[in-house]
Design a protein around this ligand. Structure first.
Ligand code: 13P
Ligand code: SF4
Length: 300
C-alpha cells in the first residue's frame, strides 16, 4: 500500500474517524472509505455512527445533512468547494415565496438542497424513497423542490398534484433518448438502468429506474449479465468491485459530476491531519432541517 493510504488509515484510527463516500467518488476514494453508498444510505449511516469524526467524501449538502443529524460530531468535507449545482438552484427565500402562493401544499425537498431549504420543508426525500415519502403525506398538493425530473418521476406513481420546481442535475438532464438508443445498438441485450434525475423521455426508454445503490443491488442480484448504466460514471467502479462477472457500460461517458471529483486522497489526508474544513450548521437552521430529515428517516 502506498504511503498516503497508510497514513490516512493510521490517522483515521488515531482520531477515531470514519470515512463515508458517495457512489460517485473516484475509485481511490471509494477504496479508502469505510462505507460507500447512496444519499439515503449515507444519511442513515451518519445518524447512527459512534465515531467522533466523520470525513464526508461527497458534496456539501451531504456533509451538512451529517452535521445536522450529529451536531456534536466533527464533520469534515475535504473539498470545501464540492457543491451540488442542482442544490443551488433554489434558495430558502424562493421557497418561502412559493409556500405563500400554495399555503395548503406540503413541501417535499430532495436531499440535494441546502440546510436552509430543508428547514423550510415538511419532509426530505432521496432518489431511493421519493415515491414512498410523497405517498406518506396527507396533503393532495405537493411542492417538490428542486429537481423537476425527480418530481415528474414521482408523479407517475401518485394521484397527488405534484408542483415541481424547475431545477435539474446537469449530469443527468443532458442524457438524451438518442444516447439510450445508441447504447442499446452498441450492447443489444443489455438492461438499461437509469437514475430518476434523468429526463422523462429517457426514463420512458429504460428497463429500470433506481437510486445509485438500487442500481448496484439490481446488477449484483439479477441473472442478467450486461447493463447500460444511466448515471454518473463513478458508480461503475463499485459495480466492477461488488458485482464480479457482470458487464456494465456507461449510458453516457460524459456523465461526470465535476464537483464529486474534487475530493482526492491528499485532501482526505489533509482533512484528517488538520480536522478542517469543518461543516457546521447554525442551531436555528439545523433544528428545522433535522425535523425534515428525521421525518424522512422514520418512513420505512
Ligand atoms: P443517489 O446516490 O441518492 O441516488 O443520488 C444521486 C445524486 O446525484 C447525488 O447527488
Ligand atoms: Fe448534484 Fe447532479 Fe452532481 Fe448529484 S450528480 S451532486 S445531483 S450535480
Amino acid at each position: 500500500m502506498d504511503l498516503l493510504k497508510e497514513s490516512i488509515l493510521r490517522l483515521k484510527q488515531e482520531k477515531d474517524a470514519i470515512i463515508l463516500a458517495h457512489n460517485y467518488q473516484t475509485a481511490d476514494v471509494q477504496d479508502i472509505a469505510d462505507f460507500t453508498g447512496d444519499s439515503l444510505e449515507l444519511a442513515r449511516k451518519a445518524a447512527t455512527l459512534d465515531n467522533e469524526i466523520i470525513v464526508f467524501c461527497g458534496v456539501d449538502f451531504m456533509a451538512e445533512t451529517a452535521a445536522v443529524l450529529s451536531p456534536e460530531k466533527t464533520v469534515l468535507l475535504p473539498a470545501p468547494d464540492a457543491n451540488c449545482p442542482m442544490a443551488d438552484m433554489i434558495t430558502a427565500g424562493e421557497l418561502r415565496v412559493l409556500k405563500e402562493r400554495f399555503p395548503e401544499a406540503a413541501v417535499v425537498c430532495y436531499v440535494n438542497t441546502s440546510a436552509e431549504v430543508k428547514a423550510e420543508s415538511d419532509v426530505c426525500c432521496t432518489s431511493a424513497n421519493a415515491v414512498q415519502v410523497v405517498r406518506s403525506l396527507k396533503e393532495e398538493d405537493i411542492l417538490f423542490v428542486p429537481d423537476r425530473n425527480l418530481g415528474r418521476y414521482v408523479a407517475r406513481f401518485t394521484d397527488k398534484r405534484i408542483l415541481p420546481w424547475e431545477g435539474f442535475c446537469f449530469v443527468h438532464d443532458r442524457i438524451t433518448p438518442a444516447d439510450v438508443l445508441q447504447a442499446r445498438r452498441d450492447h443489444p441485450g443489455a438492461e438499461v438502468l437509469v437514475h430518476p434525475e434523468c429526463r422523462p423521455e429517457v426514463i420512458d426508454l429504460a428497463d429500470h429506474v433506481f437510486s445509485t445503490s438500487g442500481m448496484i443491488r439490481h446488477v449484483c442480484s439479477t441473472d442478467s449479465r450486461e447493463f447500460i448504466i444511466g448515471t454518473e460514471v463513478g458508480i461503475l467502479h463499485r459495480m466492477k468491485r461488488d458485482c464480479p462477472g457482470k458487464l456494465c457500460y456507461p449510458l453516457s461517458s460524459g456523465a461526470v459530476c465535476v464537483t464529486m471529483k474534487k475530493t482526492d486522497l491528499s485532501k482526505v489526508h489533509r482533512s484528517l491531519e488538520t480536522l478542517k474544513p469543518r461543516v457546521t450548521v447554525p442551531d436555528d437552521i439545523a433544528e428545522g432541517a433535522r425535523l425534515a430529515i428525521r421525518r424522512m428517516l422514520d418512513i420505512r
